[in-house]
Ligand binder design. Sequence first.
Ligand code: PLP
Length: 360
Amino acid sequence: MTKRVYNFSAGPSTLPVSVLENIASQMLNYHDSGMSVMEMSHRSSSYLEIFNETKAMLKKVMNIPDDYQILFIQGGATQQFSTIPLNLMKNGKADYIVTGSFSKKAAQEAQKFGDVHIAYDGSDQDFKHIPTQDELNIREDASYVHLCSNNTIYGTEWKYVPDTHGIPIVADMSSNILSKPINVSDYGMIYAGAQKNMGIAGLGVVIVREDLIQEHQEKIPVLIEYDTLSKNDSMYNTPPTFSIYVLGEVLKWIDSLGGLEVMQKRNEEKAKLLYDYLDQSDFYKAHSYPENRSMMNVTFTCPSQELDAKFVKESVEAGMTNLKGHRSVGGIRASIYNAMEKEGVETLVAFMKKFEEENR
Ligand code: PLP
């Protein structure tokens, strides 16, 4: 069997082995078409079958209501940071909840296009915290409220949907989409870069309530008009064909295991292994407050930066990779998305224990 490492990368991240094997087995000749999916015309019947099946699977797995459009867009989540205000900032005003680097970047980008109000800013608490309902200061006339449901860099996650008094919530779910069931109707729009729980880079997935995309700011580039993309079923131009195919394969894998309830259970179990170990240790220190901890990105530090570096170096020798924290915060980050098997987390916890004993 091919040797693989436990890859704790925050994204692009590890994929289920069975999905990779299935894709590899069809690489030269997909379902007797005589070609790879990469080589297919996006308008061919073979490809349209893949495309429609992927959309249908996403609708099924996430239980997406009929009044939502699913758009598959070239580019990742960052591209949506400007696309969103240009399409959804109807009255030139929007509110942003800043809980980490990506929500901050999204707000900064939106500021170029309209009146942006920061409804909460967690920077003075080192982004360890997700605001409670009482801490939010949302304007009554905002076109939408933007939040990031899981903060990949800091390792915090929203555990509730805030009450925005009927103002649509636009959520960047790049790093926790498909990790647990959610109620899509709680949101006006959900978006994600695919390269974590949805497969590979090159694809941005947008799930948007139809009534929100009927008009947009005048004179915006055609390829970022949600209504144009929607009217053309994401095929105004060539969509990222292979990334959409991989998403379909990942969705089939999730469905075969029992769907998002099962994903949640698996993810809770894995996260608990790590957090329980961190909580009983006086060597490691978890970054985020316990009530705000992410199930996907577990962030912590060793007693010194030298030990952080030693930890990362020795973890590679022990068959694990990408445990170095994001360059902006340092420390250690273990990203344990859907495809990370429990054995990977158990291996990491055993390594942490040994490292602690040897270095305390
Ligand atoms: N939002 C979140 C929560 C992310 O984790 C990331 C990337 O890691 C991004 C946005 C940026 O995504 P992309 O690289 O697809 O533009």
